[in-house]
Design a protein. Structure first.
Length: 442
């Protein structure tokens, strides 16, 4: 009886010890989040944020010839609300014309002066030619009078006849000279009229051109469509009070909403993975449930620095497949560019990877009741996972964080990496000896 009691008590004690051991292990594992090495399809993708814009659009332009008048920028006084659907010829915006108005007024005064000069020259020419014609008539009468005197002097003494003949020759000569002078004066005045007329036509043409430019300060829609504000150099949409530059006088655009694209930017580290033709999964912040697809159509060759950012980025254009009437310009998009797809790849979470100062990458692997600090070799990565090249097998369990008390544990190195490290060390030692033997080159 006593033996049975002791046996029962021993069993109970063993069960209690086992219960607490198991409970402690479960509690320890629960405290440390773990993951499993998985095998399957691995996608190398790049996630970016972008903005929708129309692939094709019609620009709504302000005055395009203000540079001819040394005007380089114009302020927008008022503009229609963005997103308004307009018809061809409807009002879009009004630009400040005060600077141009001063030049227009000056040109109007110049035109008045040119008109006045033309009229004055015309009157002077008329008066001069009229006087010349009157003089010709009087000289012709003088020729006729001297002819009559000569005719009547045929019965006079020879001296009188000779004097009459001389007067006749003088009258004819004076008339001939006056006739030649009249022709010269006429040609001279014709050229004067041509000169003032050319000046008048020049000023009139400039004035007419400025009149058309003045009318273009009221900007009208060139086609039917939805008005989308143009963005300035700082990436912000222009508005009333903004200035447009005359080398790019675009006030707004009328986009073709049947074909859209997402303009996004990829950092300089990931841009080498992006190629034209790659597929893209596109999401919309405005419609979280809507999933779109697209394709990379252009990758910028030159990087740029975006406002409020120190990193260099490259612009990437993603054309949206199909047509969706809900898409609107300036909608924010989330773009997942699929750089490559690898089938049957071993992969583990990025959170499980750790590294030492000598570039050894390792994980904390669960091995029965023990935990091993195991070296691993990784390949391609995406936003969440990394491809496992060597070091683990399928279904191995690893910690996502450093287990307590194992920070200084020795790393289990991979055999295939030891030879490479040894060769690397030998190469480094050889280079060091060469440098030491040639101090001049230091």
């Amino acid at each position: 009886m006593k033996r049975k009691i002791l046996l029962g008590t021993g069993i109970i004690i063993v069960l209690l010890i086992g219960y607490f051991v198991v409970r402690g292990n479960k509690g320890s594992e629960a405290a440390s989040i773990m993951a499993t090495v998985k095998k399957g399809q691995f996608r190398v993708d790049i996630e970016t944020t972008g903005e929708l814009e129309a692939k094709n659009s019609v620009k709504i332009l302000g005055p395009q010839s203000l540079r001819d008048f040394q005007i380089w920028q114009v302020t927008i006084q008022s503009i229609i609300d963005e997103g308004t659907v307009v018809k061809k010829g409807e009002w879009i915006a009004t630009l400040d014309r005060s600077e141009f108005q001063n030049k227009f007024t000056a040109k109007q005064i110049e035109l008045d002066k040119a008109n006045s000069k033309f009229n004055q020259t015309q009157l002077d020419t008329t008066l001069v030619l009229r006087q010349s014609r009157d003089e010709l008539i009087n000289l012709r009468y003088a020729v006729e009078e001297t002819g009559i005197v000569l005719e009547q002097s045929k019965f006079e003494p020879p001296a009188t006849i000779k004097q009459a003949e001389i007067n006749m020759e003088k009258a004819k000569r004076a008339y001939q000279q006056a006739l030649e002078n009249y022709k010269i004066k006429k040609n001279q005045n014709i050229e004067k009229m041509r000169e003032v007329n050319a000046e008048l036509r020049k000023v009139q043409s400039e004035f007419d051109g400025m009149t058309k430019v003045l009318a273009s300060f009221d900007v009208l829609a060139p086609e039917d469509g939805m008005v989308i504000y143009e963005k300035g150099w700082d990436g912000k949409p222009i508005k009333a009070g903004s200035q447009i530059q005359m080398w790019e006088p675009t006030v707004a655009t009328l986009p073709d909403l049947t074909k859209m694209k997402s303009k996004t930017y990829v950092n300089e580290v990931d841009v080498r993975k992006v190629k034209v033709g790659q597929q893209v999964d596109v999401g919309l912040d405005a419609y979280p449930d809507k999933k779109l697809t697209g394709v990379v159509t252009n990758v910028a060759n030159v990087g740029e620095q975006r406002p409020n950012s120190d990193a260099k980025v490259f612009e990437v254009s993603v054309e949206i497949n199909g047509t969706d009437p809900t898409l609107r310009p300036s909608m924010t998009t989330s773009n997942k560019i699929i750089a490559s797809v690898i089938e049957d790849a071993l992969h583990i979470p990025l959170e499980s990877l750790h590294s030492e100062a000598d570039s050894i990458t390792y994980v904390f692997k669960k091995d029965g009741l023990n935990t091993i600090k195991q070296e691993v070799i990784i390949g391609e990565t995406n936003a969440n996972d990394a491809i496992l090249v060597s070091g683990l097998t399928v279904d191995d369990r690893i910690y996502l964080s450093v287990p307590t008390g194992l920070e200084n544990q020795k790393i289990e190195l991979l055999p295939e990496m030891n030879g490479k490290r040894k060769q690397k060390d030998e190469t480094s030692n050889t280079e060091a000896k060469i440098v030491s033997a040639n101090p001049v080159n230091q």
